[in-house]
Ligand binder design. Structure first.
Ligand code: SAM
Length: 301
């Protein structure tokens, strides 16, 4: 029998284009824009951009095309990683005068591997309201289609572009048991997938979501080594924008509870330093690191 869902979402009433939004004065609206498909631009997002006093766009020329398409003529200023600090003061002055503003990025949700964090923080610290107009985000869209565990996940943004730093980051993440979300560009997708296979294991399941919501959208999930082969087989598969969804590492098997802690620690201390030994013993036994560290120190005395 199908469950009947009754009125679980209590949405605020929709506003018409010419109705002022409630509590909009001195508010910064964080508006998500499409990641490829213009139909994903919500009516609320469109209305908000039409009604705020100023839009702060990552790239005014790029976003200008979007707003013109929607018939929005709100004044626009630029807000990108190189001028964010300078813009903050200006935006706060405008909020203090009772105006409203909306930062938008080229695509998706501002602040998610995009500018806006410093602005939001400063605006909140200055005591003004910040409200979200939620919408597309490539990482969440990828997680929603990859079929890898979605109950707990870690968003890593972009991996470092230099090979050594990228491998070091992957090594630091290799034991992470939660699903990992990584943004990647067409220039580095093959190298990153090869590094994931080398560092995290050829058999690690990886979802590759490409061109989400666009004409050439593609999502595949396979072992890291197979994904490398799949990418190499067709130039088109390496084009566009990518999110990688990496399966988490299997949880480390805990040591048999019968192994006495002191024996385990003694063995580990013979191999490595106190800190490392305590860390390993804490992971193997599931006991708090502080407690184990104190015991390791006592054993070392
Ligand atoms: N703020 C955006 C968001 O909410 O997803 C992300 C901006 S970040 C600068 C751009 C990266 O997001 C791209 O390099 C790609 O990794 C990912 N991305 C954006 N749009 C995408 C799409 N349609 N399909 C797959 N990945 C996408």
């Amino acid at each position: 029998m199908r469950a009947v869902v009754t009125g679980i979402i209590s949405a605020p009433p929709l506003l018409s284009r010419d109705t002022p939004m409630p509590s909009t004065s001195a508010t910064l609206w964080i508006v998500a824009t499409p990641i490829g498909n213009l139909e994903d631009f919500s009516p609320r997002a469109s209305r908000t951009l039409a009604q705020v006093d100023v839009i702060a766009a990552e790239d005014t020329r790029y976003s200008g095309r979007l707003t013109r398409h929607l018939g929005i003529d709100t004044p626009m200023i630029s807000l990108h990683e190189h001028n964010e600090q300078a813009r903050i003061e200006q935006v706060i002055d405008r909020l203090a005068a009772g105006e409203t503003g909306a930062p938008i990025s080229d695509a998706g949700t501002p602040l998610i591997s995009d500018p806006g964090y410093a602005l939001v923080r400063a605006v909140r610290e200055a005591g003004f309201a910040v409200q979200a107009v939620p919408g597309p985000c490539a990482a969440i869209a990828a997680l929603s289609v990859a079929g890898l565990p979605s109950d707990r996940f870690v968003f890593e943004g972009f991996l470092p572009s230099k090979a050594g730093a990228r491998r070091a980051r992957l090594e630091a993440l290799a034991d992470e048991t939660r699903t990992l979300l990584v943004y990647e560009s067409s220039h580095r997708i093959e190298k990153s997938v090869a590094d994931i296979a080398a560092v995290m294991g050829a058999g690690r399941a990886v979802g590759l979501c490409r061109e989400l919501s666009k004409l050439h959208e593609q999502s595949v999930v396979m072992a890291a080594s197979e994904l490398g082969v799949w990418l190499a087989a067709d130039d088109n598969r390496r084009r566009g924008e990518f999110v990688l969804v990496i399966e988490g590492a299997p949880p480390i098997e805990r040591a048999d509870a019968d192994i006495p802690l002191d024996a385990l620690l003694a063995e580990l201390l013979s191999l490595t330093g106190t800190k490392q030994a305590a860390k390993a013993a804490a992971r193997l036994t599931g006991r708090p690191t502080n407690e184990i560290y104190a015991r390791a120190l006592a054993l070392g005395e």
